[in-house]
Write a protein of this length. Structure first.
Length: 256
């Protein structure tokens, strides 16, 4: 069953068409990758799904309900979370505080409850901290919970950003080049995390990634964009051998 349905979406910026008539489904519980050369329109595509941009035309639905016209915060409340190409953490806040910030969308405590230090507020805060710790354990960051986010290694910051995105309890998480800038050891750790993340947190994964080894290892379905248009989709083997994909990447080595 498709959790996300995208039909004929186009995005134009003046005379420039960044995405044109893209149609695809993201199946619930599966890992789907969107790949393509630089400038293929991948991030614009993510920005439309998350409400950063509104499509010029077309339809986007989550669980059968339209996302068109919703702001990014409204899209997040519907159940979509994301990470970014450029890490966006609260650098002066601690590791656990960054994760707790991600939980605010589903906490019921209000300012009055915090001010009066009500029992319900205390219980909810304690439960949130336990949940945050569980997330950090999964990402092997629990021993750094009081460290400032700015002080973490690059790979650890990447993992923390994903942990914070998961803290919103999304139905669908969008990972924008999660392995960018990682060394081989960090990439291997991330590969293992993404493989099991869906089942562990009951979330569907949609990612953009240039690391083809990672994509081919973890993806169940792959969509290929080039010059803003979808040129192919299928399983890893179908994509690996597709002539249009090979041509777009200027050689078969890029998709092996």
């Amino acid at each position: 069953m498709a959790i996300l349905e995208v039909k004929d979406i186009t995005k134009q910026f003046g005379g420039l068409t960044a995405n044109k008539d893209i149609t695809m489904d993201v199946e619930e519980g599966k890992i789907t990758a969107v790949i393509g050369p630089n400038g293929a329109g991948k991030t614009t595509f993510f920005n439309m799904i998350t409400g950063v941009y509104q499509p010029t035309s077309g339809e986007i639905k989550l669980d059968g309900k339209s996302l068109i016209g919703l702001r990014p915060d409204e899209v997040a409340k519907k159940g979509i979370s994301r990470t970014f190409q450029n890490i966006r953490l609260f650098g002066e806040m601690s590791v656990i505080e960054n994760v707790l910030v991600g939980m605010h969308t589903h906490l019921k405590t209000n300012l009055l409850g915090i001010f009066l230090n009500l029992p319900f507020t205390k219980r909810e805060e304690a439960n949130a901290e336990k949940e945050a710790y569980r997330l950090l354990e999964y990402f092997d960051l629990h021993h750094l919970l009081n460290e400032k986010a700015n002080n973490l290694s690059y790979g650890a910051q990447r993992k923390l950003e994903i942990a914070r995105a998961l803290a919103t309890k999304p139905k669908l998480i969008l990972l924008d080049e999660p392995a960018a800038g990682m060394n081989p050891k960090e990439t291997k750790e991330l590969t293992d995390i993404i493989k099991t993340m869906g089942q562990q947190f009951n979330v569907t994964v949609l990612l953009i990634e240039h690391d083809m080894k990672l994509v081919m290892e973890i993806s169940e379905h792959i969509v290929v964009l080039d010059h803003g248009e979808k040129i192919a989709e299928g399983n890893p083997e179908q994509i690996r051998t597709n002539p249009k994909v090979i041509e777009a990447y200027l050689g078969s080595a890029a998709v092996h």
